[in-house]
Each structure stands twice: as structure tokens, then as C-alpha cells.
Unconditional design. Structure first.
Lengths: 195, 121
């Protein structure tokens, strides 16, 4: 099955029970789906389950998928919903946050200084992203990791475009505050004593 | 670090965007799902395919029945000529919504009509 086939054509083939067509769609979208799921859940097993579920849904609901548009947004929507359900179901928010805090608390002495600093920044920012409310977090992940437009995100999370814009704005403000706060903690004001 | 602090102070508004992109991409940007995920999907789909023909056969029978009814009603003449407009919406409108009611309507159909669609002898 060639890569030139459109998503719509492949979905139509899946409707007829063509497993090869499903395999081609899987090849096209597996990375995005897995990456998004992993970014939300921080759990490899959960991300694998979500990836599996998402493609089983493509097979099950192939007759309801609009074949005139790309499959990507529909798949993202399913992925985000499955990831939401997973996090709500097992309340892993706290576990993943705890993991991040543990990692953050452990010394990064195995890295050279510059790398360790970068790693600290990365961890701090990821921790700040994790601390965002779920709705804001998903918008940040879809926007920055997947590079999706506000309109695409609005379709995926099923809210108006204005809401996505405002969520992104508040998320950015919140991240900025968190990083500035961290910076202040790490580099306290130097008190000069001239006496 | 000072450079970064300047970024967050708002002097460089795109820097936070860049940092977010970098942090997220660095964290999960290169990940790939393990190969066994597709194998699991394949197995599940194949399992479903085995059980699917039964449902497909039922669905095909139902479609065939509807086609027969329509064909039969379209060809009604004489005293039953008016039934086409009267019964067709009843059968397809109600049957698909509620089985018990639909059965009542089937029983109410004149015998020749049921014979015509193969539901009576």
C-alpha cells in the first residue's frame, strides 16, 4: 500500500475490513499519538494502551469518520480524551507529579555542569507544565509539542477557539511566574555589606 | 542564567515559547512506540474479524428484507395500491426504533403483503 493514498481512501478500506490500510494509517500517525499520550500521562504503558485503543477505535468507528478530511485531528481528539480518562481514572496526576518532584529533588551531579543546568531547566519547566490545570496542560502540549494551530486544538478539545487562546495565555503566564519564582529561589539577592 | 531571567522578565516574549518547545520536544520528541503495540492491535482486529461475519450476515438479511418490502410495495395494485404510502413509513420508522411495536405492525399487515416479502405462507 503506497504512501500516496489519502487518509480518506484508507479509512474507506478500513471500513471494508482491510487490515493493511489500518497498518498504513498506524504508520502515519503512531508517533504523534504515542508522543501526545506520553506527554500527558508520563507513563509509557498508559501511552501504549492509549495508542492501541485509539487505533482500535479507528477500526471500530471507521464508518463514522469523515473521509473528506485528514484523520489526524480526529485521532488527536481520541488520544486526548483517552489520556484524560486515564488520568482521571487512576488519579495518576499525583503520582507523576511525585515522580517529577523526586527527580527534581535528586542531585544532577552525573551531568557536566552546563548539561546539568539545562536538564534542571527542562525538568523545572516540565514540572511547571505538569502543575497546570489539565485543560491548560493539554493546550500547551498540543501547541508546543505537536505544533498545532489554535483552530486545530479547538476542534480536538472541543471548545471555542477563543477559549483555547485564553487557556494558552493563562498557561504561559503561569509558566512564566513559576520559572521566575524558581529563578528567584536559585539566585537570591546578594546583600552587600560595606561596614 | 541571567539570559534566561531576562527572557522570563518579558523582554523576549518568544523565549518562553521556545523553551516550552525545547523542554517538551527534548522530553518526548524522539520517542517511538514499541513494535509490539501494532502486533497487539493486529491480533485484536483479527479476533474481531472472526466474529464480524455473523453480525454482517444479520445486517445483510435486514437490508435484503427492507429492499424486498420496498419492491413489493412499489408493485402493489388494486385494493392494496394505497398501502404503499401508509405502511412503508410505519414499518421503517417504527421497527427500527422499537421491536415490540414493530412486531404488532407486522401482524397488522394484510397477509398477501407479508407473503410477498417472504414473512408468511
Amino acid at each position: 500500500m503506497t504512501a500516496q493514498c489519502t487518509d480518506g481512501w484508507l479509512v474507506a478500506r478500513v471500513r471494508e475490513g482491510d487490515l493493511e490500510a489500518l497498518g498504513e494509517l498506524y504508520k502515519r500517525y503512531k508517533t504523534q499519538v504515542y508522543r501526545t499520550a506520553l506527554a500527558i500521562t508520563h507513563d509509557e504503558r498508559a501511552a501504549e494502551d492509549i495508542l492501541q485503543d485509539a487505533f482500535l477505535r479507528v477500526y471500530t468507528y471507521a464508518d463514522r469518520i469523515d473521509e473528506t478530511v485528514l484523520l489526524g485531528p480526529w485521532l488527536y481528539r481520541v488520544t486526548v480524551n483517552l489520556a484524560y480518562s486515564w488520568t482521571n481514572r487512576v488519579k495518576r496526576w499525583w503520582y507523576s507529579l511525585q515522580d517529577t518532584l523526586d527527580r527534581w529533588a535528586s542531585p544532577a551531579h552525573t551531568y557536566p555542569e552546563a548539561l546539568a543546568e539545562d536538564e534542571e531547566w527542562r525538568q523545572a519547566l516540565l514540572q511547571a507544565i505538569d502543575a497546570l490545570p489539565p485543560g491548560h496542560r493539554v493546550v500547551v502540549i498540543l501547541h508546543y509539542l505537536e505544533g498545532l494551530s489554535l483552530k486545530e486544538i479547538a476542534y480536538i478539545v472541543d471548545v471555542p477557539e477563543g477559549t483555547v487562546k485564553s487557556r494558552l495565555h493563562y498557561a504561559r503566564e503561569s509558566l512564566k511566574r513559576a520559572m521566575l519564582e524558581r529563578e528567584r529561589r536559585l539566585v537570591p539577592e546578594v546583600a552587600y555589606d560595606f561596614t | 542564567m541571567t539570559l534566561r531571567r531576562n527572557m522570563f522578565d518579558g523582554r523576549c516574549t518568544d523565549a518562553l515559547d521556545d523553551l516550552c518547545r525545547w523542554a517538551l520536544c527534548d522530553s518526548v520528541g524522539q520517542v517511538q512506540p514499541p513494535a509490539y503495540v501494532w502486533e497487539k492491535i493486529e491480533q485484536q482486529v483479527q479476533r474481531r474479524m472472526v466474529s464480524r461475519p455473523r453480525w454482517w450476515a444479520l445486517a445483510r438479511m435486514w437490508e435484503e428484507f427492507k429492499r424486498n418490502v420496498r419492491r413489493h410495495m412499489g408493485g402493489l395494485t388494486g385494493q392494496y395500491a394505497g398501502y404503499e404510502t401508509f405502511y412503508q413509513p410505519v414499518i421503517f420508522g417504527v421497527w427500527e426504533g422499537s421491536l415490540p411495536l414493530s412486531l404488532v405492525y407486522i401482524i397488522e399487515q394484510p397477509m398477501p403483503m407479508l407473503r410477498g416479502v417472504g414473512w408468511a405462507t
